[in-house]
Design a protein around this ligand. Structure first.
Ligand SMILES: C[S@@+](CC[C@H](N)C(=O)[O-])C[C@H]1O[C@@H](n2cnc3c(N)ncnc32)[C@H](O)[C@@H]1O
Length: 372
């Protein structure tokens, strides 16, 4: 088997397929749409040329992507996957990283009662590993340049689900865990699901946070993302007229490092906030045309000390997704670098955007201090 294919798969949030297709029609004209299920879309090359395993669609809405081998068609899909894995391993020359994952069926937070993600993929992964252990390296976290075998459970929960097989060469553009998920330990006292969103954003964005850094969060109530920052040892100033979950003050791990500025942005004054801050987080429920001027104001106030931003941009109207490149450009005009956007697994109708300032880049490249 050659490490190439003229078919390409992309996994996205269920419901985001049209946004993905629209984005790729603009950004990756080589791709012609082939097949779509909620959360999963395949493409072929417009001239049937093969894609290399390094091919990158540079997409905001792609959660994971790679080259297609295809659907398992026999009555024994596990043996069929093993056959593909053998051929791929021979072509790659080393053990494969095995990623078995389920086609995402639900927008986060909208799962039906009793829904349990990962049951089928865990079982199938164990069967594959037991079948021929030497084919696969131990563990699931992919490192750059590894060849990853993607096995996608297409109908999770069905008695026998079809399996789709693909592969990719791991790079900084791919998430390291199966299907673009992030293994996150969820604390019992999490004030809101925004905790998961912030944790995913920090891991995906690889932001060089350090203990005792100061973060400003606009739109902080009830406090999930502030809690994530507090648990990482930061001091957090949350701007929001809404009530915060008391856990941000009472949890001993937060150590009185949370300050609530109980105001709407329009009532905010410079003196309500600390003199310096390293990080800016924003998660308001308004459209991006409202958020951007707020970001501009805050970046201006903290330009001497700011290292970077982690922002949630709402896409309540799918038509707004076309403006993502303009939004990123506006952030670059404000002095942010390495600005990038993605739809994280925990994002609903929204995307996550991160960027670093020149000072932030220096912290990344400078003498190493342990990040949190
Ligand atoms: C999605 S919630 C934020 C969730 C929060 N980040 C968390 O971790 O739980 C959006 C918040 O934005 C706040 N908000 C919206 N517009 C705002 C404004 N102009 N100024 C301050 N807060 C605002 C709302 O009060 C609401 O609490």
């Amino acid at each position: 088997m050659k490490l190439q294919s003229s078919f390409f798969f992309v996994c996205c949030q269920p419901g985001a397929e049209a946004l993905l297709k629209d984005e790729l029609a603009r950004e990756a004209p080589r791709l012609r749409f082939a097949f779509s299920r909620p959360g999963f879309v395949t493409f072929k090359d417009v001239d049937s040329r093969p894609f290399s395993p390094n091919y990158d669609v540079g997409s905001v809405f792609a959660r994971s992507f790679g080259l297609s081998i295809g659907n398992c068609k026999s009555d024994d899909p596990v043996s069929e996957v093993v056959e593909h894995a053998r051929a791929l391993r021979e072509a790659a020359g080393v053990s494969l990283r095995l990623h078995v994952w389920e086609r995402p069926l639900h927008v986060p937070g909208e799962e039906p009662l009793g829904f349990e993600r990962g049951r089928d993929s865990t079982r199938i992964e164990a069967t594959l590993r037991a079948h021929e252990p030497s084919l696969f390296s131990d563990g699931v976290e992919a490192r750059n340049d590894e060849t990853v075998l993607d096995v996608i459970v297409m109908e999770p929960g069905a008695e026998t689900s079809p399996l789709f097989v693909g592969f990719h060469r791991q790079s900084g553009r791919h998430h390291a865990f199966p299907g673009g998920e992030f293994p996150i330990e969820i604390p019992e006292c999490m004030p809101s699901r925004a905790f998961i969103k912030m944790e995913q954003a920090l891991r995906w964005g690889r932001l060089p946070l350090q203990q005792k850094d100061i973060a400003i969060e606009l739109g902080s109530a009830p406090g999930g993302s502030s809690f994530a920052l507090l648990l990482r040892g930061l001091e957090v100033w949350g701007i929001d007229p809404g009530a915060m979950d008391p856990v941000v003050w009472t949890d001993p791990r937060c150590d009185k490092r949370f300050h609530h500025v109980k105001k709407a942005f329009s009532d905010l004054k410079r003196e309500d906030l600390p003199k310096a801050a390293q990080w800016l987080a924003l998660d308001i429920n308004g459209p991006v045309r409202i958020s951007l001027p707020y970001i501009e104001q805050l970046v201006g106030w903290f330009q001497e000390s700011l290292l970077g931003c982690v922002l949630t941009f709402k896409i309540n109207d799918p038509k707004h997704a076309r403006h993502v490149p303009e939004w990123l450009e506006t952030l670059e005009e404000l002095g942010l670098k390495r600005v990038k956007a993605t739809q994280l697994p925990a994002n609903k109708r929204e995307i996550c955007v991160v960027g670093l300032t020149g000072k932030g880049l220096l912290r990344v490249s400078g003498p190493k201090k342990s990040s949190v």
